[in-house]
Ligand binder design. Structure first.
Ligand code: XBP
Ligand code: MG
Length: 247
């Protein structure tokens, strides 16, 4: 199937705009210390935990893993504890990122600027919280960062986390564009599944936490966006999905 002309780029944040996951991991660990918990996540463990999207969902999943006989007698108290740990984690993360602890990935800013100059619409579709997005982009792009993005959908507006397509479906509905006229940029299998479930053609840029994922169905799998022009993305979009080589 041939896609119509490309009209919008939809960016994931964590792992796509920036390699944020080491900072997220450090922030989770700081929150566990603040909460008096003996939990500390390292990179191999965190790589596996990233299969669960969303910070609160990840904490809940881990808690059940280390305490399989956990009996939740008071569900509200359990939810409050997870929320409190996650709030602490978000505050630490926001500070780290606001202090310049994370940069945009290679080629990202250039692509955003070129796409903006070319009149291409841009959106953000992420599972993370709005304060995390603004801390990252305010620091990396400047106080007027949001002028680049017509639509931002995040954990505050789309509570069902990737691979559920909610965040992409809401983004498309607010952009008022068909999925086939847009291109999603993702870094993870959960992100790709969410985008594909919303019928979005998707380009992957891998990172250390996701390079081993299954990216079947992506238009292309790239190491990063350096040297990848808007015209190249448009021609990947026009060409449609990669196919396994014929025998
Ligand atoms: C990223 C995530 C996020 C971050 C943590 O997924 O799963 O949960 O790791 O952020 P994606 P929060 O890049 O697919 O959006 O703690 O704010 O959830
Ligand atoms: Mg991601």
């Amino acid at each position: 199937m041939i896609n119509p002309p490309l009209q919008a780029l939809i960016f994931d944040v964590d792992g796509t705009l920036a390699d944020t996951e080491l900072a997220h991991m450090a922030a989770f660990n700081a929150a566990f210390v603040q909460e008096g918990l003996p939990w500390q996540w390292d990179e191999p463990l965190y790589t596996r935990l990233l299969e669960v999207s969303g910070g609160k969902e990840r904490i809940t999943h881990y808690w059940r893993q280390v305490q399989p006989d956990l009996k939740i007698i008071d569900n509200a108290a359990f939810t409050d504890t997870v929320q409190r740990i996650h709030d602490q984690k978000t505050a630490v993360y926001e500070r780290m990122v606001g202090d310049g602890g994370v940069q945009l990935r290679p080629g990202v800013l250039k692509l955003i600027e070129k796409a903006h100059d070319a009149g291409m619409q841009m959106a953000i579709a992420t599972t993370t919280s709005p304060v995390n997005i603004s801390a990252l982009l305010r620091t990396a792009i400047g106080p007027d960062w949001s002028r680049f993005f017509r639509v931002i959908e995040d954990a505050s507006t789309a509570p069902r986390k990737k691979p559920h397509p909610q965040v992409y479906l809401q983004t498309l509905s607010r952009l008022q564009l068909p999925a086939s006229a847009c291109l999603a940029l993702e870094d993870s299998a959960n992100g790709l599944r969410a985008a594909m479930a919303a019928a979005l053609p998707t380009v992957i840029t891998t990172n250390a936490f996701t390079a081993h994922h299954d990216f079947s169905g992506a238009l292309a799998v790239l190491p990063d966006l350096s040297g990848c022009s808007l015209a190249q993305l448009a021609s990947l979009h026009a060409a449609g999905p990669m196919h396994a080589p014929r025998r």
